[in-house]
Design a protein around this ligand. Structure first.
Ligand code: ARG
Length: 414
């Protein structure tokens, strides 16, 4: 029996039933939590007795982990919970609707997913920080347009990854804040006559409370940007581990072989991080398109927020963990990096700046050095190591300072 079986006669066409059913078992613990909050409101209003409340609370605690409790004959997780609560379940829906119920459960889900993402990001950042520490003095060419630009240390380059991850951490905190409000009390869209007490953190407007999915969009946006970053990190690992660059060797614990070419060690983890960025962006674009143009308040279209959010959470967890293992095991070929950094041309900017210190206008200095590069007669005054040290931040001293600052910024978490 559906929750709305009293309104319609007979049973639904099986094709219609399959189409309507929500694939939302992942919401079970969160819906149990929200249902418990609602049950307490019913207790406070005298609609549930203390004994009934206790019965609900106990039942919800064991149901929360029991995904098998959801049957194909349940329209969604909300229907399953009400059915499983038995006789007292027939009282539980007073003053609420699945509209505020699903919004409450999704918010708790996203809040949890944001906290989880932050933890996994911190675990990856920790590994990158240790890596940067070990490579504070390792020289490499820094690139623009994937052409050698100026020498840097690998430590400085890796600290750029840490900055990206730190901003991602902030984006998940912001998404979590946007999810942290309670739509309970909104009912279907406009509250109830039962005079139930407000839930903690109740949203101001009941129509907005059931119609809003900004929090899910904020989460998917944070995931899309995170994955965009992971794709760039992944791409660098792909490049560095290629024979052409030869800057790093993939750990065998995080690389794959070829089914045909016996010699191969492939960067599939890095490539999948890059590939899943497209999927992550698609999920955000998809939910934006779903929500766009929907009349307030609730519409069944909103059921489509589940699949992208659930899948995004899985990809965040698995992707960050796999990348953490990959980065932790990367073996740097310092000689190859140093050889690339000893390309004299990466010191051309320094040569122009030396002329500036002698009083030559920068444009003039640029032209003179460019001329000697074109003529093949350019020869640098110093070394790559002197160059990075002279520029401060990209050099070993700068890296150590930045490392200490980054560790403090990540606080106790790192
Ligand atoms: N499974 C639905 C969803 O995910 C729950 C809300 C159903 N509400 C309704 N009025 N039909 O959105």
């Amino acid at each position: 029996m559906t929750l709305w079986g009293g309104r319609v006669e007979g049973s639904l066409d099986p094709a219609v039933w399959e189409f309507l059913r929500a694939d939302d078992a992942e919401l079970l613990p969160y819906d149990c939590e929200a249902t418990c909050v609602h049950a307490r409101r019913l207790l406070d209003a005298g609609i549930l007795t203390a004994a009934e409340f206790e019965e609900v609370e106990t039942a919800l605690a064991s149901l929360a982990q029991d995904r098998g409790a959801i049957l194909r004959s349940d329209e969604d997780v909300h229907s399953a919970i009400e059915r499983r609560l038995g006789e007292v379940g027939r009282k539980i829906h007073a003053g609420r609707s699945r509209n505020d119920q699903v919004a409450a459960a999704m918010r708790l889900y996203v809040l949890d997913a944001c906290a989880e993402a932050r933890q996994e990001i911190e675990a990856l950042a920790l590994v990158v920080l240790s890596f940067a520490e070990a490579e504070a003095e390792t020289l490499m060419p820094g690139y623009t347009h994937l052409q050698r630009g100026q020498p840097v240390t690998l430590g400085h380059h890796l600290l750029a990854w840490v900055e990206m991850l730190d901003r991602d951490r902030t984006r998940f905190a912001v998404a979590g804040e946007s999810a942290a409000a309670s739509p309970l009390g909104a009912g279907a869209l406009a509250g109830s006559t039962l005079g139930l007490p407000a839930p903690p953190g109740q949203m101001r407007n009941s129509i907005d409370a059931v119609a809003d999915r900004d929090f899910a969009l904020d989460y998917l946006y944070a995931v899309a940007v995170l994955y965009t970053h992971l794709s760039r990190i992944g791409e660098e690992i792909v490049l560095w581990s290629s024979g052409e660059f030869g800057f790093a060797r993939l750990p065998e614990s995080a690389a794959t072989g070829s089914s045909m070419m016996p010699q191969k060690l492939n960067p599939d983890v890095a490539e999948l991080a890059r590939g899943k960025a497209g999927t992550a962006i698609g999920r955000l674009a998809g939910l934006l398109a779903t929500v766009k143009g929907l009349p307030l308040a609730y519409d069944r279209d909103l059921q489509e927020d589940k699949a992208p959010v659930f899948a995004a959470r899985r990809d965040v967890r698995l992707g960050l963990q796999a990348l953490t293992a990959l980065v932790a095991g990367l073996e740097v070929n310092r000689e190859r990096m140093a050889a690339a950094a000893s390309d004299p041309l990466v010191l051309a900017t320094d040569a122009a700046e030396a002329l500036v210190r002698e009083g030559v206008a920068f444009r003039e200095a640029h032209e003179r050095v460019a001329g000697s590069v074109r003529a093949g007669s350019f020869s640098p005054a110093g070394t790559a190591a002197e160059s990075v040290a002279a520029r401060g931040a990209p050099g070993p001293g700068g890296v150590r300072e930045a490392l200490a600052e980054a560790r403090a910024r990540f606080g106790g978490s790192l």
